[in-house]
Design a protein around this ligand. Structure first.
Ligand code: RB5
Length: 150
């Protein structure tokens, strides 16, 4: 699986650690930056990664900022992206099963590295459940096209 990963300065250290972890799991990793702990604006990283997920340049994305909120807001503005801010493995699992999330967002100032690794592993290991959840995800896609039906 080809994984895009990106962070701002607040998530830089966690990104570097997760890159090594992803490689140890046999994943191909594409780094969207940033490349140091120097202050960086999260949209500059979040938009390119989200667009790469939407265009299938990468299979899934991982975005990290301080809280995870800024990156979530950015990623979810890109049509085709379903970004999930997960603070534990249970939420990460459900974001895949129920929402078919294709971007995992982590808050580096909220969770520790061990939790982040576990959340990442569960996110990447879990499949979309389909069924009634597919109907709901389809409605998100229709909404992106301005064709929401309520
Ligand atoms: C950077 O200080 C911080 O605002 C950013 O990492 C993120 O938490 C924004 O949502």
């Amino acid at each position: 699986m080809k994984i895009g990963i990106g962070s701002d300065h607040a998530g830089f250290e966690m990104k570097e650690s997760l890159k090594a972890y992803l490689s140890s799991l046999g994943m191909e990793v594409v780094d969207f930056g940033c490349q140091s702990a120097v202050s960086t604006d999260y949209p500059d990283i979040g938009y390119p990664l989200a667009k790469a997920v939407a265009s299938s340049e990468v299979d899934k994305g991982i975005l990290i900022c301080g809280t995870g909120i800024g990156m979530s807001i950015v990623a979810n503005k890109v049509p085709g992206v379903r970004a999930a801010l997960a603070g534990n493995a249970h939420v990460a699992k459900l974001s895949r099963e129920h929402n078919n999330a294709n971007v995992l967002v982590l808050g580096a100032r909220v969770i520790g590295l061990d939790e982040a690794k576990e959340i990442t592993r569960v996110f990447l290991d879990t499949q979309f459940a389909g069924g009634r959840h597919a109907r709901r995800v389809d409605k998100i896609t229709m909404g992106e096209a301005g064709r929401e039906e309520v």
